[in-house]
Design a protein around this ligand. Sequence first.
Ligand code: APR
Length: 181
Amino acid sequence: MFALIRQSRLELVQGDITQQQVDAIVNAANSELAGGGGVDGAIHRAGGPQLMAETDRLYPDGCQTGSAVATGAGRLNARFVFHAVGPIWEGGHSGEPALLAGAYRRCLELAMEHNCQSVAFPAISTGVYGYPKNRAAETSLAAVCAFLQTHNQPALVRFVLFDAGTLAAYSQALETLTRDS
Ligand code: APR
């Protein structure tokens, strides 16, 4: 499924983000940038040790929740990895939506700063961090659409969703969002 927002294409696909060929691949990291399982583990395995060496060197204090930092992409088919830190779901009354939106927005700002035309995002916070998928989908897609409306770039934003259930949740949210706007 896809939507056109001004001159940008917003795509939803099912797949493995480490196989994407884009300018920037977004990681769902933790605030220590310490590595982990899920998509973080997969990105570090595929990218190789350069990623951890760079986060250690450039960001010894880690990254705040709701933000993101950039490194090179090592062996991945990309120029950059943006390590984004989504919120841990605590029931929805601890500012989770603003923090999740902030993580996506910061990645898109980094894309502009680094001249990236294409960015691939995972479903940040929807795994270990427990964010309900339908709510994460609404918030994440609304943040990306608003950014594309305002900035008219990057040219391609692709959500790479690991399983059919996650793709269905994000497709439903994008349909609602584009119908209502
Ligand atoms: N490609 C795309 N999506 C993937 C992949 C992959 N290779 N592997 C997992 N996912 C999906 C999961 O199915 C989930 O929908 O990524 C989404 C995010 O899940 P997590 O990786 O668990 O990320 P998150 O919920 O943000 O938790 C972050 O987990 O791995 C640790 O270090 C990480 O502490 C941090 C926390």
